[in-house]
Design a protein. Structure first.
Length: 316
């Protein structure tokens, strides 16, 4: 077993949700023994909080003035998350591994910006494996947009046209987005989901983004993960793995906040994620969309904990 320092960063948040529940995810992970099992596996575990329990709770919101719900509070929460991670990284970007129990994918730009900040002055690059059923390319003003900033995550990662001005603070040193087509793999994208609009998929296609569909992952989870990882490892020095549990089909694992019928099984998903975690370049795992309200006995959360511990405890 490869022992490592693991920092668990708790981000109890419902701020970008359609409804509440995800803010209780860090406590659910702890109750199913995440910290305890990591220590039993030989790791040195430290724990941090990026938000207070009340700072990013769900509240009703209009879309004024810019077309996004809870914009001011969301950006404030993102700044707290980015600053907390940047402070931790000030002690060195490695060898510590970060587990970020973020609740919501909207924090990805904040997380990546902290890593880019820590690499300022170097030629090093950080990238992300975005394990998610959605491409999250909505903009605040497009027709039929919900206004939820969580649905705009890739828009804010890339800072493409339509991104909120307030989210442009989460960028590289030169002001560009923390992600472009050379440092992200969208892994597990459900191309049949109505949430992934034709023009969103067209944006990915026209701009040469690396995409692996949920159907491909289901057919060959380990092989598709290995190919995606090889591609990204050739282009970046460090990798953040982002796991949105909505990538797993709710017919067998309904842990996410909003169902997405991907056809992708739990075992297949976690087999792929373990491939990513074993990479020597992987230095963080962000977990989103876990809603304990959908898991009364926390059985699903427990299974997720066991797979994460196993993935982090295999020799790299």
């Amino acid at each position: 077993i490869s022992s490592k320092v693991i920092n668990i960063i708790n981000v109890p948040s419902d701020i970008g949700s359609i409804y509440a529940g995800k803010s209780r995810a860090p406590a659910a992970f702890q109750s199913k023994g995440l910290q305890k099992k990591l220590r039993e596996a030989g790791h040195h575990v430290k724990e941090f909080s990026a938000l207070s329990d009340a700072s990013a709770g769900w509240v009703a919101s209009t879309r004024e003035p810019n077309g996004a719900r809870n914009e001011v509070r969301t950006v404030e929460a993102c700044k707290l998350v980015s600053d907390r991670i940047a402070t931790i990284l000030a002690y060195g970007i490695s060898p510590a591994f970060q587990i970020i129990l973020a609740g919501e994918c909207l924090y990805c730009p904040a997380i990546l910006s902290a890593y880019w900040r820590s690499l300022n002055g170097t030629s090093k690059r950080v990238g992300i494996i975005y394990v998610d059923a959605d491409c999250d390319l909505h903009t605040p003003t497009e027709p039929n947009s919900s206004g939820n900033i969580a649905g705009m995550t890739l828009t804010h990662l890339t800072l493409r046209d339509g991104a909120l001005d307030s989210m442009k603070t989460f960028c590289r040193q030169d002001g560009t987005g923390v992600v472009d087509n050379s440092n992200i793999v969208l892994f597990g994208l459900n191309i049949n989901s109505e949430a992934n609009k034709r023009d969103h998929l067209g944006y990915l296609f026209d701009n040469n983004f690396r995409v692996v569909t949920s159907q491909s992952v289901q057919r060959a989870p380990v092989e598709s993960a290995q190919a995606a990882l090889r591609w990204l490892e050739e282009r970046v020095d460090y990798i953040v793995v982002h796991l949105d549990v909505d990538v797993i089909d709710p017919g067998q694992f309904p842990l996410c906040n909003v169902s997405n019928w991907t056809g992708l099984g739990f075992e297949e998903t976690m087999a792929a994620v373990k491939v990513f975690l074993k990479s020597k370049k992987s230095l963080a795992l962000s977990i989103a969309e876990v809603n304990p309200d959908h898991d009364p006995g926390l059985e699903m959360t427990g299974r997720l904990v066991d797979e994460i511990v196993d993935g982090l405890s295999s020799s790299k």
